[in-house]
Ligand binder design. Structure first.
Ligand code: P6P
Length: 346
């Protein structure tokens, strides 16, 4: 199908136009977003042929092209770090793949005003079984004055994000992001090598009929989550129950489906993961920023995800995120259980 390019808006065009609406915009954030998109295209190319290039295996060894075999998440991490380092706008990067922060050692990093936190390839255990995976990014303004970025630049509350988004490598590859003025989705058109605006001004339905949780952990869940799951399963014509259970095991994929169709995703703290499993800074905060911009809600079981004051870059949290009315239903179950002895239905 020949695409009529006259009615296509590429990500580059959209970012440029959006920048014009921002007073005193310098183009630095635009450059970062474009750098992320470039890294995503390179990663997408490898994700799509991982099985052919022995990239499913563990790191190390050589492939048929006599190239060093890298796990895809290591490869993805390197692409983001390389693109963002050469861009010159970042003073520091924090990544799920790196224990410590990555200060960007540029002679002109005093001009680098931004901080990027990334989960370079979330759900990477699903690569071997051809399930959709994703990259997640979160962008802040630095809080230190100059020089290489520091940890304090990387542990700001989610409310201080200036941009956030994800790339989903699925049946098609999409980049979805916000700069605080709504959420927009772009689909990669391989025929022109560009992300093209396909989902303008995305809003999550206030109600949904899909719940997404790993029920294998049911006995470990807090009482209110067990009660909400039971509520989801209980037939009730008026409220469209029982809901459908969908759990992909790749947060970006579950999140993206819910953003489009409506629904709720839950990964609460459990006795195995008393602080939750998912990472606050580069999984939950960026997705919480997106969902609130799209009209949804994101809580950790006590309050807003975006209000959490972080202690460390790899901090974990419980998360309940999705359609506004569904999250508020969970909050109602939490209120009902406040002060009760916490016990679990075996
Ligand atoms: P579990 C993938 O490892 C991940 O970080 C998320 O993408 C996903 O939602 C979750 O963990 C799956 O965890 O414990 O259900 O396998």
């Amino acid at each position: 199908m020949k695409r009529n390019l006259s009615n296509v808006k590429t990500l580059v065009q959209f970012i440029t136009e959006s920048q014009k609406n921002v007073l005193h915009a310098t183009g630095e954030l635009s450059r970062i977003l474009n750098d992320i998109a470039i890294a995503a295209k390179i990663i997408n190319r490898e994700v799509n042929k991982a099985g052919l290039l022995d990239m499913l295996g563990i790191e190390g060894g050589m492939n048929v092209q006599d190239e060093e075999v890298k796990k895809l998440d290591v490869f993805a991490n390197e692409q983001f770090i390389s693109a963002l380092s050469s861009g010159g706008q970042c003073c520091v990067i924090a990544s799920e793949e790196n224990d410590d922060i990555i200060p960007i050692k540029k002679s002109d990093y005093s001009k680098a005003n931004y901080v990027v936190l990334i989960d370079p390839l979330d759900g990477s255990s699903n690569i071997d079984v051809n399930v959709a995976i994703g990259s997640i990014f979160s962008i802040y303004k630095r809080v230190t004055n100059e020089g290489a970025g520091q940890v304090i630049d990387c542990i700001q509350p989610g409310d201080r994000q200036v941009a956030a988004g994800y790339i989903i490598y699925g049946s098609s590859t999409m980049l979805v992001y916000t700069t605080g003025d709504g959420v927009n989705g772009f689909t990669l058109d391989p025929s022109i090598g560009e992300f093209c605006l396909s989902h303008p001004n995305m809003k999550i339905p206030e109600d949904g009929f899909i719940y997404s949780v790993n029920e294998g952990n049911y006995v470990e869940f807090p009482r209110e989550i067990q009660e909400y799951i039971y509520y989801c399963k209980t037939p009730d014509f008026a409220t469209g129950r029982p809901y459908s259970a969908r759990y992909i095991g790749s947060m970006v994929a579950d999140f993206h489906r819910n953003l489009i169709k409506g629904g709720i995703f839950m990964y609460p703290a459990t006795s195995k993961h008393p602080l939750g499993k998912l990472r606050l800074m580069y999984e939950c905060n960026p997705l919480a920023f997106l969902i609130e911009q799209a009209g949804g809600k994101a809580i950790d079981g006590e309050g807003r995800i975006l209000s959490i004051q972080p202690d460390s870059i790899h901090q974990r949290t419980g998360i309940i995120i999705g359609s506004k009315n569904m999250v508020e239903k969970v909050e109602a179950f939490i209120q009902l259980n406040l002060g009760k002895n916490v016990y679990r239905i075996k």
